[in-house]
Structures are given as C-alpha cells and as structure tokens.
Design a protein. Structure first.
Lengths: 324, 118
C-alpha cells in the first residue's frame, strides 16, 4: 500500500479485506463481529501508524478468538453441484488476497472507495427520481425532497444509524431502487440540460460576409442610366452613408468571385480602397499576381457588362424624344 | 517462551478482568491489557474474544456514535460475566500455584504439599 493513501481510506480498505476474508460467516455474525472495526482500526492507526499488517491474518485471528471454525473446515452440502455461496466466498477471498498482494489494485480500490460519497449522493437522488416516477410527479419541481434524500443517504453512508440492521437493509433496497431509477434520472438530466440550453447555448447565426442576395454572393454590380446605357463608374452607399462593398474585408486588395476570377477595387477613391465604385474591375486569374503578391496592373481588364445596354426607362423616353 | 501461546488460554479471563470495573470499546480494552503488561496481545484476538464472551452471555454490548467518525461498540460485564470471572480467577490462582510449584525446582516435596492443600 502506498504512503499517499489517506489513513481513513487505508482503514476502510483493510476493514473491507477483513470482512471479505470472513465472508463465509453468516451475515449477521459477520456484522456483529466486525461492528466498530473501523473505529478501533482508526484509533490504532492514530496511535501506532499506518501499518495494519495482513488483513487475512488479522481476520483469522479474529475468527479463531471468536470461536468460529477456520474457513478450510467448512464443508458444503450439495455434492458436486456448484454452490453459489461458496463461489461468492471464493471470489471474496481471492479479492482480499489480491488487495494484500497487489499494491496497485489496493490503490485503485482505495481510489474507488474515496468516490463513495458520490454514490451516496446518487443513491439519494435516484430514490427521489424513482419515487417521483412512481407517484407521477415532476421530480424537478419536488427537488427539496431530493435534497432530503441526499442528506439522509450521505448521513447513513457516513455511518449514522448503520449499526441498525434495518437501516442497512433499507440502504440495500435504496441502492437497488437508485440503480433501477438511473434511466429515469438520465432522462431528467437531459430535460434539465435542454431547458437551460435554450437560454445559454443559442447557436450563433451564420452571417456570410460581403453582400449577398438570397444567400448567394454578389460579385459585381452593373449600373445603367435612365437611357439604358452602362455607367462606367458609379459610387454606391448604404442607408447610413457608408460605402457599399461586396467584400467582407474592405481593406482587401482583391476578392475571389464565384466564377474563380477576382474582382479588384478602384484605385480612384482618395483615402481608401475603392470597393464601392462599380463595376469592379476583374483580374482574370490568380496568375495575374506576381510573385510578390502585387497585382500586375496591365492584366486588369475592364469589366464587361452583362449586356451592352438595357431598355431605357419609360419616363426617360417620354421626356427626351420630343426634344429630338 | 512465546507468551502468545500462553495468552490464548487466559484471554477470556483477561478480557473479563479488563472490563470488570468500567465498560470499554475494542481498542480501549486492548490498551488496558497492554498497559497491564500483556504487550504482545493481538487486537483481533481481543475483539474476537469480546464477541465470543458476548455470545456466551457474559457481556453486554451497546453502540456509541462518535462525532465525525465511525461508531464505537462498547462492552460491559454483567452478572453472568462476573460469575464467570470469579470462577476463572479461582481456577487461575490454583493453576498458577500448581505451575509455580512445579517449576520451582528447589523444594519439590514442600510444593507438592502446598498444592494438595489448595
């Protein structure tokens, strides 16, 4: 056993090993014989240190002094049929031996024993969940009852009233009930988690960068005047007077279009990158960029309008024709 | 001589004597016996003996909860235990005299006379 194990845990492991070694005794006898064992061992540890010796030898000494026959003298009636009780005894005896011989196993056992308070809490909550399911009430609403069960379970776990046989039996029943209630409990946990999710974990909506129409990225804008003729350069702004731009990063030098080409901003706007001057010029391919990443100005092509002209506005036609 | 072998025969009377004036819990009684000079007594032997004496009706038993720790099981002597103790005390006295006389090699004849009178 390692020195890092806490004294209380050491005592608990030792006491468990002793009980395992005596497990062939009738349960009531075993309980009576080892009742108060932890208190005595704890005091001994306090007085003379952690070395409790061999639990199996300790158990045999206890057994002999109490006047019980040695374990090997036991015979079971039932011939060659496998005796479940003997099987259980063997498992316990091997376990006790394992604890003594393998420090690692003992350490793990000590670790698991340290987690017992978690089980006490679970037992309390589990019984509550089972009762709530039985009576058809909402377990979450009745949480103070759960608290009461948890306190009770933990108190008994700490040894309160545990010397009463009926309390031990009640706790065994509670343990089984709590285990059976585990699925109910899981369900409650999921419900509780979902309720809180609505408030806490609302997924952040995805807003695509740049300008989109019906979710599709707009790569360029072409303006025609009232006469239906294309406008070479037009500056566009939004409702707040901010320059309208198609790209997410207005300081960018180029922007990848959907067709694989690139659009580049106008260089004619003083003081900033001219992303709001339309139509944007096209750089035909990535190869238009030189090795240093700068755009080769000669490769930038004038953007072709989708159509050379559009129909003039009705009002425009009505206004101009009489002048001609 | 290994005194643990000798102890086995007198554990009952030793434990009864340890609780004759005052109730005690397991390790408490071990401590009393060791303080009385039985340094080699094993605590498991004492606990087992306490349990056996209780089963035989010589002791009473009750549990006392302790603050923040495991509860303690106290044992106390009853009338039957006192009767048992006085009988065994007498037996021991006779046995001890006999053994002392036997082991006293200087005056074998005189010792035998005393032993017969006892």
């Amino acid at each position: 056993m390692t020195a890092t194990v806490l004294p209380g845990t050491e005592v608990a492991v030792f006491a468990a090993a002793v009980r395992s070694a005596l497990s062939d005794l009738p349960p009531d006898e075993l309980d009576e014989l080892t009742d108060g064992l932890e208190a005595d061992l704890t005091e001994r540890v306090d007085e003379s240190g952690l070395d409790l010796g061999d639990p199996a030898a300790y158990a045999e000494e206890l057994r002999a002094a109490a006047g019980y026959p040695p374990r090997s003298a036991r015979t079971h009636i039932g011939g060659t049929l496998p005796n479940l009780r003997t099987l259980g005894d063997n498992v316990r005896r091997n376990w006790a031996q394992l604890l003594v011989e393998r420090p690692l196993v003992a350490s793990i056992a000590a670790f698991v024993l340290t987690l017992r308070p978690l089980w006490w809490v679970f037992r309390g909550v589990g019984v509550h969940a089972a009762l709530a399911a039985f009576f058809g009430v909402n377990a979450l609403t009745w949480w103070p009852i759960a608290l009461a069960f948890v306190v009770l379970s933990v108190q008994v776990g700490r040894g309160w009233m545990l010397h009463r046989a009926w309390v031990r039996w009640a706790m065994r029943v509670a343990s089984v009930v709590a285990l059976l209630a585990a699925p109910v409990l899981l369900n409650l946990t999921i419900i509780a988690a979902n309720n809180s999710n609505y408030e806490m974990y609302e997924p952040e909506a995805y807003y695509p960068q740049g300008l989109t129409r019906d979710g599709m990225q707009i790569d360029n804008i072409f303006a025609y005047d009232a006469a239906g003729e294309p406008i070479d350069q037009v500056q566009l702004f939004d409702q707040d007077g901010n320059p309208l731009n198609l790209v997410g990063d207005i300081s960018a030098e180029f922007w990848g279009a959907q067709d694989g080409s690139m659009v580049v901003p106008s260089g004619d706007v003083p003081g900033r990158v001219g992303w709001n001057v339309f139509p944007l010029a096209h750089a035909n391919s990535w190869s238009d960029y030189e090795d240093d990443g700068a755009l080769d100005e000669s490769e930038v092509s004038e953007t072709r309008f989708p159509t050379p002209s559009v129909k003039p506005l009705a009002g425009y036609v009505a206004e101009v024709e009489p002048a001609n | 001589m290994d005194t643990t072998q000798l102890l086995k025969g007198v554990l009952d009377v030793a434990v009864l004597a340890a609780v004759q004036h005052e109730d005690g819990y397991g390790y408490d009684i071990v401590r009393r016996l060791r303080a009385a000079g039985l340094a080699e007594i094993g605590d498991a032997s004492v606990y087992g003996t306490l349990r056996r004496l209780y089963s035989a009706g010589a002791l009473t038993s009750y549990v006392v909860p302790s603050d923040g720790g495991p509860h303690r099981k106290y044992y106390g002597i009853n009338d039957q235990g006192r009767t048992m103790l006085s009988e065994q005390r007498a037996n021991w006295a006779e046995f001890a005299l006999t053994m002392s006389a036997l082991l006293d090699s200087r005056r074998p004849r005189a010792v035998r006379t005393i032993g017969e009178k006892a």
